[in-house]
Design a protein around this ligand. Structure first.
Ligand code: GPW
Length: 811
């Protein structure tokens, strides 16, 4: 495509779809036309992909995820279509500023954090590897909230990403699927003596599919993401309307459409709200129906399901799919229960993403039984069969039965979704080596004893397209020059950079790229947030959801203790290496402690940033509303990556991988994928600190008392006392009382126990940074040795260990 055809397509699109010309177009008109022009160039590939995959009856990977944190679309679509330069030149030829237009896009933030971003990386890699795959999820009208700070405290604004329409989606209301809820179940016995259940639901909604293109990189393949949007059904409306109650009919519409209104903003802590269960069943029921219809609903076709599709459950959020498939097979298609169960178990696999007990989803039997009465019965039967089998294999162990039952009795009768997922799946995987071990040995130990072969690991990964090629063009060019361009599709090729770590000239160029990225980010921060940072400082970065187990408090105590020592005249601040501590973090709106910590970070920032005694050598920068768009600018600029969760709590982490791939050095604990990062990059190129997971266990079972660490470590005591003194709250000693007393009397995540070790590692880091050439060598080695963390590799592992779905390349 030439610049001229691009331009004329663009103008035509502006006129014919938006009804405006160049002179009258708004920024949104221009952005939309630009997006449409780019999209047009991927549609033929997309249609060809669908045709080829259908013709071959290839096995399809159906990824079921309640979240997709996609990030901006235009940049990725341009990369996939190879049109970036053409589009830029075309806009320039029309006198338009490409970058300004691109910045009109509001990223689809249909996820909370790591789990949702992982799903987005996975669909990217599946497409790139030519795997027939579809991502299923929910088209939330409002994605993750927009965060602002009011007097340093988090305030939430609704995300309105659809306000001006999205040019990337293709709605298909004619292909809607009806999803039913509530009502009651009647039972009868068939002529052959089988139980026949008839579910009479009490209400229903329509699920409208919206398709999104998921283009592979360096391939013609373009897969689909299908997100469902809720709409009131005609009959539902009509029923009420005929009764003459017009207002009720309109209200019913609102009620139905509520289902896909908003993403629940809790990350790793389910709230157990009824609407959330409605969302889960809504998208899962529509997706199963969609998939099954593609395979066929005759008995013969249904029996081929395991060869035609594999469903991957992204955590327990879509696990209601297991009883739903049983219901479809048994109740709607008259498959015998045992055969249906064999089919069901062979098509599902479950990925667990946590170790925190409070993150394990449970649904009260009362709620689930009211919303989905037939599913509740099916779950009970699955459980009865499972327990009968268990009692046969492990007689006289009723405690084991209670531990493993899908139904928990205390403190509330509820369905343990992780147990249902494990029982109903072929494979269960964790998301990093350590996490998968802990899953097997702790969280799901009874199940791994019963079915050792069921458990496996697939270490997470990130897409090198978005997080290196697009986000870090400077580094990408440098790599291209050194080893060619093959790394974007085969990230293990980065290994070829290793010898260049010894090349002083290469290191200097690598340093120049990092510096330029810091300058670029400083500019973004200035324009976006009015925050000033100097590119000459160490960029020390901690970006992730605010959660106590991730320990933003530990990072903050480091800063406060430095400040405290300066105040006490312990050392001369001019000897400090200039450092900007960058935070980015959203707190779940109902997570009060997390919000207190945000307020404290901002309060400390306000004080130290304006204290002349620090001479600008230590600053905190906390831009609000950290999202994928900001990450793409921030990560390439980072010198230091903070991965400081308590060992045994972070399942994997994926930000850690993005930083290493962009040449930041990690300071971290032996948690999640940090363990593998350190093994690969080498212990000399990683700043390790903190207790190990077994040490954490030991300390906690011996009776951890955080106050002892406070008593015995003067630097720690100084930092905590300074916070408690009101130094960051205009003398108000009570302002951060909750945070302080929690640290002193609870400290569930052993912040105080790891403080000393952390401070030591930070001082080692600071000395290391002083030798810029040695630092660059370590940074180059981080890049060269992190190719393993491509999500392409994760997907190959899923294919080998779990999915067994062959690639279907286009001719
Ligand atoms: F609790 N993760 C997340 F396991 O982002 F469901 N949200 C969640 O709700 C959960 C996990 C859940 C994250 C993990 O915390 C992180 O360690 C991991 O890297 C990521 O999922 C992707 O596997």
């Amino acid at each position: 495509m030439t610049v001229e055809t691009f331009s004329s397509d663009f103008i035509a699109r502006l006129r014919h779809s938006r009804g405006v010309d160049l002179e009258t177009a708004s920024q949104n008109d221009l952005y939309s036309a630009l997006a449409w022009t780019v999209r047009k160039n991927l549609i033929d590939r997309w249609l060809e992909t669908k045709k080829t995959q259908a013709a071959q009856k290839a096995k399809v990977v159906a990824y079921l995820s309640a979240e997709y944190l996609l990030g901006a679309q235009l940049n990725n679509m341009l990369l996939a279509s190879g049109l970036e330069q053409t589009a830029r030149d075309a806009m320039a030829s029309l006198g338009l500023d490409f970058d300004k237009l691109a910045s009109v896009e509001v990223e689809p933030g249909l996820g909370n954090g790591g789990l949702g971003r992982l799903a987005a990386c996975f669909v990217d890699s599946l497409a790139t590897l030519d795997i027939p795959a579809i991502g299923y999820g929910i088209r939330y009208q409002h994605g993750i909230f927009r965060q602002t700070f009011v007097d340093g405290r988090q305030a939430e604004q609704p995300d309105n990403w659809l306000e001006l329409g999205s040019p990337w989606e293709l709605p298909h209301p004619e292909a809607s699927v009806t999803v039913r809820f509530g009502g009651s179940v009647a039972h009868a016995t068939s002529a052959t003596g089988e139980d026949v259940a008839t579910w009479t639901p009490s209400w229903e909604v329509e699920a409208v599919p919206y398709n999104y293109l998921v283009p592979g990189y360096g391939t013609a393949n373009v897969n689909s993401l299908r997100l469902w949007s809720a709409r009131a059904t005609q009959s539902f409306d009509l029923q009420i309307f005929n009764s003459g109650d017009y207002e009720a009919a309109v209200r019913a519409q609102t009620f139905a459409e509520n289902i896909s209104q908003v993403l629940y903003p809790e990350d790793s802590t389910p709230q157990g709200k009824e609407l959330r269960l409605q969302q889960q069943y809504f998208f899962v029921a529509a997706s199963l129906r969609d998939m099954i219809e593609q395979v066929g609903t005759s008995l013969d076709a249904l029996r081929t399901l395991p060869e035609r599709v594999v469903f991957q459950l992204n955590d327990t959020h879509p696990v209601i799919a297991i009883p739903e498939l049983m219901r479809l097979l048994v109740d709607e298609y008259s498959v015998a229960w045992d055969e249906a169960w064999d089919i069901t178990r062979s098509v599902f696999n479950y990925t667990c993403h946590t170790l925190l007990p409070e993150a394990l989803e449970v649904w009260p039997v009362e709620l689930l039984g009211r919303l989905l009465p037939r599913h509740m019965e099916i779950i009970f039967r699955i459980n009865d069969d499972f327990i009968a089998e268990l009692r046969e294999q492990r007689p006289h162990d009723e405690l084991l039965v209670r531990r493993m039952s899908i139904i928990q009795e205390q403190p509330l009768r509820a369905v343990r979704m992780a147990h249902l997922a494990t029982i109903g799946s072929t494979k269960v995987n964790g998301v990093a080596a350590l996490h998968s071990e802990l899953l097997k040995d702790k969280v799901l130990v009874d199940f791994s004893n019963l079915w050792p072969g069921k458990f496996t690991n697939v270490t997470n990964g990130v897409t090198p397209r978005r997080f290196v090629k697009l986000a870090n063009p400077g580094l990408s060019s440098l790599i291209d020059e050194a080893i060619g361009t093959g790394w974007v599709k085969d990230l293990s090729e980065l290994r070829q950079l290793e010898p260049l770590a010894e090349d002083a000239e290469f290191r200097a160029r690598f340093r120049d790229v990092k510096y330029a990225n810091k300058v670029r980010f400083a500019k973004v921060l200035q324009e976006r947030d009015g925050i000033e940072v100097s590119p000459d400082a160490i960029f020390d970065v901690m970006v992730k959801r605010l959660h106590e187990y991730k320990r933003q408090m530990l990072k903050l105590l480091h800063v406060v203790s430095l400040y405290d020592r300066v105040l006490k005249g312990d050392f001369d601040p001019t000897t400090l290496t200039k450092r900007v501590v960058l935070f980015g973090a959203k707190a779940a709106p109902g997570y009060l402690m997390a919000k207190e910590i945000i307020a404290l970070i901002n309060a400390v920032g306000k004080t130290i940033n304006s204290d002349p005694r620090l001479d600008g050598r230590l600053r905190i920068a906390f831009p609000a509303n950290y999202n994928v768009t900001l990450a793409e600018k921030l990560i390439p600029a980072a010198d230091v990556s903070e991965q400081i969760s308590l060992a045994g709590k972070e399942a994997s982490g994926t930000g850690n991988m993005k930083f290493a791939l962009n040449g930041a050095l990690t300071i971290g604990t032996l948690d999640g994928a940090n363990v593998e990062i350190r093994e690969l990059v080498g212990e000399d190129n990683f700043f390790l600190f903190g207790l190990t997971e077994p040490e954490v266990e030991q300390l906690q079972s011996a009776g951890y008392q955080s106050a002892k660490y406070y008593e015995s470590n003067p630097a720690l005591r100084g930092a905590i006392d300074l916070i408690a003194s009101g130094a960051f709250s205009n003398g108000d000693r009570s302002a951060f009382e909750r945070v302080v007393s929690d640290l002193l009397w609870h400290d569930r995540f052993l912040v105080l126990a790891d403080f000393e070790s952390y401070i030591e590692a930070q001082s080692t880091l600071e000395s290391a940074y002083a030798d810029q050439d040695a630092w660059s060598r370590a940074a180059v080695l981080n890049v060269a040795r992190s190719g393993f963390f491509s999500s392409d590799r994760s997907i190959r592992d899923y294919l080998d260990r779990i999915w067994h779905a062959p690639a279907v390349p286009l001719r």
